[in-house]
Ligand binder design. Sequence first.
Ligand code: GGG
Length: 353
Amino acid sequence: MKQYRIAVIPGDGVGQEVVPAALRVLNRAADLSGNFALQCKEFPWGSGYYLETGRMMDEDGLSRLRDFDAIFLGAVGYPSVPDHVTLWGLLLPIRQRFNLYANLRPVKLLPGIRGPLRDKGPDQIDMLVIRENSEGEYSGVGGRVHLGFGHEVAIQTDVFTREGVEKVVRYAFVRASERRKRLASITKSNASPFAFVFWDEVVRDVGKDFPDVSVDRVLVDAAAAYFITRPEMFDVVVASNLFGDVLTDIGAVIQGSMGLAASANINPDGGYPGMFEPVHGSAPDIAGKGIANPLGSIWAGAMMLQQLGEPASGDRVLSAIEKALAETTVRTRDLGGDATTAEMTEAVMAALG
Ligand code: GGG
């Protein structure tokens, strides 16, 4: 039987609640397959750890994570710790160090969920957003001088490399060619004539290898509007780090809730553990109450199984989420119900069989 080593980082807030819920489902899926098991090792990293030690993760954390097959993360963020500390102390170093250059974020309105868009059902909302995940606006290049003076300067520089853009764009073309053969490339090349005109050129050049995929070049402001007015025009969407992050919050809302949105940070070339997480953050307002929606985390777990090489089990978990939503009325508060995290998880477990 195959054993997959999973580094589990529940992190902060509701991460502590949705991760154990998702692991229950994933372990059941592993048992049902009879082919593999998940060997989980939990790490206590996050904001609580930071308040005790001054670090979001151990100094040798990245080299310890390197040996795992995948990383399963909950959420980061805590009211008394600045958000840039939580993000740059844990999440972003993992994405950068392991060159997890593609962040896959499916935006799919599942049957049984009433989305906020009138006249848009599951047939109209089904896209895969691929967010560049290791450079761009999140490169971490910049600095501040003359702190506190009236002439203080803050510079944050976007960095786009040919290798980085080419890789994520090529991966997006591959995924589009497996789906409805339509790729939307999101930029702001009217206002950013260096970075995004370069991005457009890379899309044009890589696109020559994919003649069957049609390309829409869409400015990010227009894309934000079209996500709401014409979501059916999107199949695969490729965007820079920041634009992808912002658009997928709109994506989460049109698929029914932030609590449903899942994400996989992967290096499609292999060689490094991918990191799988719900899109939502730590939600301190509801943390500890047992009412967080576990479905984003369970869905991220399904993506982890697919990525590990267990696509049938990943599909089975996804189908169980769909069945639980289509055939029961169990819903957490974000979906208009009053079910607890445990009750929602139980509905998925029952649907899994
Ligand atoms: N579920 C992971 C999490 O806590 N995300 C919060 C967040 O702020 N993420 C920023 C990003 O994905 O770039």
